[in-house]
Design a protein around this ligand. Structure first.
Ligand code: ZN
Length: 456
């Protein structure tokens, strides 16, 4: 009994020693199997005549040196890479966020040599530099898997075709479909925000954004609009066949509020005006910097000095910003001062017209000279912390007729208007657009669209 038990134990121990050996054998069999199946994949991909020398070299190497090293690599790759894409003679690719031309070419097994040839062809157009999600690329391959044709489809109205000319060159052709422009008048009422109301009237995001941009100098969309106010919009959209091509244009917008009417009409010069013919292209932008900056001390003509208690006006608005923040001219003008002052620090003054001027204090660096002409948006200085300053900030002043006003709330001046010779044509246009708007507005309930189709 005891002996038998010992015997049994030995048998068990022998069996235990066998287990790892059997497992090792199994692993080897699996590895060889995986390597073999992957070798088939590799041959499938590169087996057909490859499209250029690089790929051909790879294929030849794989064929000639299909030894242990290649097989080991193949095992490792087969474990974590799904099946390689099937090759179709025509392949389409919808551009996703983060895609690059190079990553797309890799995915479609197109060589870098071909990528450079295509980029060379695109040099004058640079259409491939701005691939956007939603664009598509369609590849057409030859029997030897060389790329014959690539079509970039930006939208239904615009395609760029890159066509192979010879082994080393492609040419491009831009295909523009004029499509059909459809003009519509939409009407709606304010319920909730303007954004939501405009969307439910049938305007798309881009159209709402351009309306907001057009009127933002005149209307505060949050404060000035109330439930019950109405609006009408004349727009035109481009279609190719039945498909919206992505292009639209606002021809006119009118917002009827309790107290006043806000409106904008596109004239043949490509600019927007209100019904009186005043340009809606603002002469100034509100702030001389790009990102929103925190207001650390507001304009206050009656500020009292914290120590003396005397009235000590604060003629500008202070915006906290780190030293070196770029400052831009908010309107066209001439630099009248670039000076260093004990308290104001380095500062600049720009005269925009007889009536308007601006000042920028506590700067760290001037980027313009006295007497220099500047255009709206030109970089004029870097902000700083010079002079008497309790921390890095920009002190910004806006002067109207020699007196400082609050740069945050002062009405932004509008300077140009329709010229005398265009007045009649402009009036006729406004009359026509407002007639469309009146008609769309007439049935108070809901929306009605008046449509007119014009072909360009
Ligand atoms: Zn200040």
């Amino acid at each position: 009994m005891k002996n038998y038990y010992i015997n049994d134990k030995r048998k068990l121990a022998r069996r235990r020693r066998l287990i790892p050996i059997l497992l090792a054998g199994l692993v080897i069999v699996c590895a060889v199997y995986l390597a073999w199946t992957h070798r088939q994949d590799v041959l499938d991909v590169f087996g057909s005549p490859a499209e250029d020398s690089v790929a051909t070299d790879n294929a030849t190497m794989d064929n000639s040196t299909m030894g242990n090293a290649t097989m080991d690599n193949a095992t490792a790759v087969a474990a974590d890479v799904p099946e390689p894409p099937k090759r179709e003679p025509v392949q389409e690719c919808l551009i996703q966020d983060g895609d690059t031309l190079s990553s797309i070419f890799d995915k479609h097994l197109i060589s870098q040599t071909t990528l450079f040839q295509i980029m060379d062809a695109d040099e004058q157009l640079l259409a491939l530099d701005i691939l956007r999600p939603g664009n598509t690329l369609t590849f057409t391959f030859n029997a030897d898997w060389s790329l014959e044709r690539m079509v970039l489809s930006v939208n239904p109205a615009r395609q760029v075709v890159y066509r192979r000319v010879d082994a080393e060159n492609f040419e491009f052709e831009e295909v523009i479909h004029p499509g059909t422009w459809v003009q519509q008048t939409l009407a709606g009422g304010i319920e909730g925000s303007f954004f939501v109301s405009a969307q439910s009237a049938g305007l798309n995001d881009q159209e709402v954004a351009s309306i907001a941009d057009l009127l933002k100098g005149r209307i505060n969309f949050r404060r000035d609009l109330q439930a019950g106010d109405t609006f009408q919009v004349v727009r035109r959209q481009q279609f190719v066949g039945d498909e919206f091509a992505g292009e639209s244009q606002i021809l006119g917008i009118r917002i009827l509020c309790r107290k006043r009417t806000y409106d904008a009409y596109l004239f043949s010069d490509g600019k927007y005006y209100d019904r009186e013919g005043n340009s809606l292209m603002r002469a100034f932008v509100r702030y001389p910097f790009k990102c929103s900056q925190r207001l650390s001390s507001a304009f206050n003509p009656r500020r009292r000095h914290p120590v003396t208690g005397r009235v000590s006006p604060h003629n500008g608005a202070d915006f906290r910003m780190s030293v070196g923040t770029p400052i831009f001219a908010p309107g066209d003008g001439v630099v009248t001062r670039t000076l260093q002052h004990r308290f104001a620090g380095k500062y600049i003054e720009i005269r925009h017209s007889d009536r308007y001027s601006t000042r920028y204090l506590h700067l760290s660096k001037f980027l313009v000279r006295k007497g220099q002409r500047v255009k709206r948006g030109d970089k004029i200085a870097l902000s700083g912390n010079t002079g008497r300053s309790t921390g890095p900030h920009l002190h910004y002043e806006f002067h109207v007729a020699g007196r400082p006003v609050d740069p945050v709330t002062a009405p932004i001046p509008i300077m140009s208007s329709i010229s005398k010779k265009d007045r009649a044509a402009f009036k006729a246009r406004v009359t026509q657009l407002t007639a469309d708007m009146d008609q769309a507005k007439a049935p108070e309930a809901g929306l009605r669209l008046s449509q007119a189709t014009t072909t360009n």
